[in-house]
Design a protein around this ligand. Structure first.
Ligand code: G6D
Length: 338
């Protein structure tokens, strides 16, 4: 593996790993995020050119999200029967762990070269009470990349107090390499026959799980994203696309859960988390400029592996409690095929 490091602004680094096939992936310690994934000259993930640009435009793309990914209604969680108020950065909700969370932190890091695989390990301590979350939390997020073009994210964390923890990775893909082109013609295969319904434009959960078999949101047979967008499905109409937790039918890290394809390029997703939040960047005509191109509506999509948001309302979704001293572990992998 070829490894290079350069300055990324504000004292941060950009670390680039290039494998034997000439595919490269870059990470920065600002938000422990992925910035570039370049194959045949095409950059297939959203990214900016410096930390300053993330701060000016959007701090979420590619970032490690935490302590809790997604929206928490009224920012209230129940820990051991006690109601805890979290920072309400999308008032009255908590989004992605509250304001200035993992995505804007400078993480410590080290790079480990194992020959046909290299690993960038990011370290962060989140103080007891940060954004209202109990417990001092030590987190390690490891991004590895190998000669087979598999990018894996491993999470490990431990808290000094009982708390809640549900991180994710917020990479946006656009396999055209150009964010001004919508992902409508990307084909998706997704092993999910159920989805969590959203209540209204606040995007908190409604309280029910929907059977999506044979609806516009059923991707068990591969189909273009466009089919969902024009399906007229009430949940698609509500948010102008997809911004939903899909519940995986068979949670198993060894199984392909999702595959996004455009032409001869595809990315398959594996995870040990029970759901994938797919967000199709329903930003309308916002037009944020990425690498000189103005973002189109549906100019990218995420696969945010996590326990579905809304577990406070729907217990079936899982439990995001992390007990004091217990080690949290999770893994998600993105495999590039061409
Ligand atoms: C997540 O689900 C959310 C979106 O609603 C939000 O806009 C984005 O993160 C920044 O995917």
């Amino acid at each position: 593996m070829k490894i290079s490091t350069e300055a990324f602004g504000l004292g941060a680094s950009l670390i680039t790993l290039t494998n034997a096939k000439g595919v490269s992936i870059s990470f920065t310690n600002f938000g422990a995020r992925v910035v570039n994934w370049v194959v045949d000259g095409k950059n297939i993930v959203w990214g900016f050119d410096s930390c300053q640009e993330y701060l000016e435009k959007d701090t979420y793309p590619g970032a490690t999200i935490g302590r809790t990914a997604g929206r928490i209604k009224d920012g209230i969680v129940d820990i051991n029967g006690q109601k805890i108020q979290l920072n309400q950065n999308e008032f009255p909700q908590t989004l992605h762990g509250g304001e200035d969370s993992f995505e804007t932190k400078m993480w410590a890091y080290e790079v480990i070269d194992n020959g046909d695989m290299a690993e960038v390990k990011f370290y962060l301590t989140s103080e007891d009470g940060a954004n209202g979350y109990p417990g001092k939390l030590d987190i390690v997020v490891s991004h590895s990349f190998d000669d087979n073009s598999c990018w894996a994210i491993d999470y490990e964390a431990v808290s000094t107090k009982d708390t809640v923890f549900n991180p994710t990775g917020h990479v946006y893909f656009n396999l055209t390499g150009d964010v001004s082109k919508p992902i409508d013609q990307h084909r998706l295969k997704l092993a999910a026959s159920r989805m969590v319904a959203l209540k209204d434009k606040t995007e908190i959960v409604r309280g029910d799980i929907l059977d999506i078999k044979d609806t516009g949101l059923d991707f068990r047979q591969e189909k273009p994203m466009q089919d969902a967008f024009v399906s007229g499905h009430e949940q698609v109409e509500l948010v102008g696309g997809i911004d939903h937790p899909f519940l995986l039918d068979d949670v198993d890290l060894d199984k392909e859960q999702a595959r996004l394809t455009l032409g001869d390029l595809s990315v398959s997703v594996r995870t040990d988390r029970p759901s994938l939040v797919i967000f199709t960047a329903n930003f309308g005509d916002l037009g944020t400029v990425y690498r000189g191109k103005a973002l189109a509506n549906h100019g990218g999509m995420t696969f945010e592996a996590q326990v579905s948001p809304g577990s406070e309302q729907i217990s079936e979704l899982g439990d995001i409690t992390l007990k004091a001293g217990e080690i949290y572990r999770a893994t998600t992998m993105y495999q590039l095929n061409k």
